[in-house]
Design a protein around this ligand. Structure first.
Ligand code: CA
Length: 223
């Protein structure tokens, strides 16, 4: 899953990006509202962490513009502790959730997990597909209860596909959601990672849909 962090405080920006990357997400970041708005407008993010007090363009305006242009990704806003009116303005502009500063990173991570799973129609942090289970809290993956070790890119690929199970996902979409904006993207590498996941999880877990992409389905659900 690919996230965007828009936060002008350099320390907080770095802490957020670091914690999110450690949690297995790909992260782009912006330090002002204009750059943040541009990225959210042009890149497909699975969720956004948006500070409201930003230089160039304030967070509420950024959010309003995205929503007016039909951008529906979940947005978690960061607000000042004592400014209840900011929360109201943020929600009215299209925010999905908020965290007040100062916050514990664990809370941001938990709220993002909830937003990501709700946006893709899942009720819990533990995603299941046949014998494969992914615990998005711990990034733990098991097959028939047996722990499987994945590299970070393999994990990102599996987590994205688990969130979007039963849907055909194109290679382009996978590339867009697994790498950050600076990465030199080559959709052929996706095939390599799909191959590795099949070897680790079982070859029937990921189905190739010729000419269209890949689909993650539980074998018993396959038609
Ligand atoms: Ca700020």
């Amino acid at each position: 899953m690919r996230l965007l962090v828009v936060e002008d405080d350099p320390d907080l920006n770095r802490q957020l990006v670091g914690a999110l990357e450690e949690a297995g997400y790909v992260v782009d970041s912006a330090k002002d509202g204009e750059e943040g708005h541009f990225l959210g407008d042009t890149e497909p993010y699975d969720a956004v962490v948006l500070d409201l007090g930003l230089p160039e363009m304030d967070g509420v305006t950024v959010l309003e513009k995205w929503r007016r242009d039909g951008k529906i990704m979940p947005v978690l806003i960061l607000t000042a502790r004592d400014r209840w009116s900011d929360k109201v303005a943020g929600f009215d502009a299209g925010a999905d959730d908020y965290v007040a500063k100062p916050f514990f990173m664990e809370e941001v991570l938990a709220r993002l997990r909830a937003l990501l799973r709700r946006a893709t129609g899942h009720a819990t942090s533990e995603l299941e597909c046949g014998s494969v289970r992914v615990d998005t809290r711990s990034s733990r993956v098991t097959v028939d209860g047996r722990a499987i070790k994945l590299t970070s890119l393999e994990y990102r690929l599996l987590a994205y596909m688990m969130h979007h199970r039963d849907r055909v996902i194109s290679r382009t979409e996978l590339v867009e959601h697994l790498y950050d904006q600076d990465f030199d993207r080559d959709s052929n590498t996706i095939e390599v990672f799909v191959g590795r996941l099949r070897r680790k999880l079982g070859k029937d877990v990921i189905e190739t849909v010729r000419g269209l992409g890949y689909r993650l389905t539980a074998p018993e659900d396959a038609v």
